[in-house]
Design a protein around this ligand. Structure first.
Ligand code: ZN
Length: 109
């Protein structure tokens, strides 16, 4: 079996998306395309969960950088941390916007 075999070809669209199990809602009718944390997910739900994970990671990063800034008197270090915090906050805003788009698109899909 080739190591780079894609999940999509393995499932061939036959296994249904299992997002309902994770969300505790009704079953998703779309075919599964990939596995994520052990569940078969459709393309839309995979994207949504990836965005949620990224959003949480960026939120944690912003909090950590803020805590680090408060914990040091070193000006250069504070400036460096501030720039990284700004960058993380900007990426967080983009991720949140993409996530809202995704939810919106799903509502009409
Ligand atoms: Zn789905």
């Amino acid at each position: 079996m080739p190591a780079d075999e894609e999940a999509g070809s393995r499932f061939g669209g036959e296994a249904p998306c299992e997002a309902g199990k994770l969300l505790g809602v009704e079953e998703c009718a779309r075919p599964g395309r990939a596995t994520y944390t052990g569940l078969v997910l459709c393309k839309e739900h995979l994207r949504r969960f990836e965005l949620e994970d990224r959003r949480e990671a960026l939120r944690s990063l912003v909090v950590l950088l803020e805590a680090a800034m408060e914990g040091t008197e070193d000006r250069d270090l504070r400036r460096s941390l501030l720039l990284r915090r700004r960058d993380a906050a900007a990426r967080l805003r983009i991720t949140e916007a993409l996530y809202r788009q995704e939810i919106h698109a799903e509502g009409h899909g």
